[in-house]
Design a protein around this ligand. Structure first.
Ligand SMILES: Cc1cc2nc3c(=O)[nH]c(=O)nc-3n(C[C@H](O)[C@H](O)[C@H](O)COP(=O)(O)OP(=O)(O)OC[C@H]3O[C@@H](n4cnc5c(N)ncnc54)[C@H](O)[C@@H]3O)c2cc1C
Length: 424
């Protein structure tokens, strides 16, 4: 399914030999270095070397990305948000650097990694790390040997995810989940499924559970959706036909699931920022290299201002978005260390705003960069068309544009409550 035969190489080999991931990293590093601490920069160089030597030689664009997970796991690069295993560099800023470096080498791999490594594991780190079963699940997924996914969206409940229809029935032996989830990234390949379900559809906030179902649990069925933008990632429909989930697999009990749903989305949006920035740097630096090597009318096309000026504008926007993304990474620490209402509220708005800006920008950059290079950028001789395809879905995953606007609008409205209206 979805396998594409690679096309013929028509790119000038003298140009192609310079458009390497190593050269893209070299230029990217010059932009990002001033914004990082020496430890962060050292980490970035380490990740890049790992991607160049361990991941890139194993990438097969006609194969799914999942074969690469155990390699990422060996380097402890399935996530870097929460402390786990070897290494000393953890936190949202490190996670953003990992997402950028991974997206530059393989944007589809990063999409699948973010879901399994970060979005799936973060609720466990935050809430159930003391439990041996959960520790085992973390080890399985972060080694890359097993795959995680998250089941929120339903056929009739997309943006309005809170009013979900998936039912949890409570028993002394755990819960039984019945319902259908869709758009489950990694679902058809997954071993572990974080599912949200409610005991009363009229009171979802008060009755929502968050639990982990496992491949092989009776009544759990998955099927693949056709999502042409990311052919190497499996996105699916996940059916729960009275799937029984034991107590040790319940992350959040009745009502607590609702709190987790929202706090988890902050980390998810944060990481989508990292992936979007990585896709943008991949597209723009590829175009920068190519246009400096491609000659028309007797000179490199970059020397025509109609090519270089739009590109410099895109670089300016991307530099600004990258600074903003890293700043968001710094602010995220406050959200974790001081889970006070004011930080939770602020981070919900910040992550929604930055996610909207970065994901929309990635699409603009990937499209414009492709256009500036001409026909070759539409072939598989460069990675630009793949980057454009991934950029197209960055805005809808983690909640579409309007929903981010809605979340920011709610926080803004809340700010009005702080005013003393009598005085105005
Ligand atoms: C590639 C891909 C991967 C995904 N991965 C996952 C995953 O791993 N797990 C998961 O649970 N989900 C996943 N999703 C689902 C994704 O989060 C949803 O698609 C998204 O939340 C929007 O829901 P919807 O598609 O049902 O759109 P709808 O909710 O039907 O919205 C359609 C349009 O209406 C707008 N709209 C809706 N309500 C309002 C409103 N009140 N005001 C203004 N505009 C509104 C939306 O912004 C959107 O533009 C994925 C989706 C895609 C495409």
């Amino acid at each position: 399914m979805f396998k594409e035969a690679p096309g013929v190489q028509i790119i000038d080999p003298e140009i192609k030999k310079h458009i390497t991931t190593r050269n893209i990293y070299k230029i990217f590093n010059q932009f990002i270095y001033p914004q990082l601490s020496s430890e962060e920069y050292e980490f970035l160089l380490e990740v890049e070397e790992f991607m160049l030597t361990e991941i890139e030689p194993k990438i097969d664009l006609t194969e799914d990305v999942y074969e690469l997970f155990p390699i990422l796991g060996k380097g402890n690069y399935m996530q870097r948000l929460n402390p786990f295993g070897e290494g000393k560099h953890f936190g949202m800023r490190y996670e953003l650097l990992l997402a950028m470096a991974t997206s530059i080498v393989d944007p589809e791999l990063d999409l699948a990694r973010v879901v399994s490594g970060l979005i799936f594991t973060n609720p466990i780190f935050q809430n159930r790390k003391d439990n041996p079963k959960m520790d085992q699940i973390l080890r399985d997924v972060l080694s890359g040997e097993k795959i995680g996914c998250i089941c929120i969206t339903e056929p009739k409940q997309g943006s309005d995810a809170v009013n979900m229809k998936t039912i949890a029935e409570e028993y002394p032996t755990g819960i039984t989940v019945t319902g259908e989830k869709i758009f489950t990234t990694n679902g058809p390949k997954a071993d572990y499924f974080i599912v949200y379900a409610v005991t009363d559809i009229k009171q979802p906030r008060k009755t929502m559970y968050q639990a982990i179902a496992e491949r092989g649990f009776e009544g759990l069925e998955t099927a693949r959706l056709g999502i042409p933008a990311v052919p190497r990632v499996h996105i699916g429909q996940t059916k729960f036909n009275q799937v029984h989930i034991p107590p040790e697999n319940i992350i959040a009990g009745r009502g607590k699931g609702y709190e987790h749903l929202f706090s988890g989305l902050v980390a998810e949006r944060g990481d989508i920022v990292g992936s979007s920035l990585g896709v943008s740097w991949l597209s723009l630096i590829t175009a920068f290299l190519y246009t400096n090597l491609r000659v028309q009318f007797g000179k490199p096309i970059y020397n025509f201002e109609a090519v270089s000026f739009p590109m410099t504008e895109l670089f300016s926007e991307l530099m600004a978005a990258t600074s903003l993304g890293l700043q968001m990474g710094t602010e995220y620490r406050k959200f974790v260390e001081h889970p006070e209402y004011k930080f939770i509220r602020y981070n919900a708005a910040l992550s929604s705003g930055v996610k909207t800006i970065a994901s929309k920008l990635s699409h603009k950059i990937a499209y414009e960069a492709q256009h500036l290079c001409g026909g070759i950028a539409y072939t598989d001789n460069l990675r630009m068309d793949r980057a454009l395809n991934v950029s197209r879905i960055q805005e809808v995953i983690g909640g579409s544009r309007n929903i981010q606007r809605f979340l920011i609008g709610r926080v803004l409205k809340d700010m009005l409550k702080k005013l003393d209206w009598e005085q105005i």
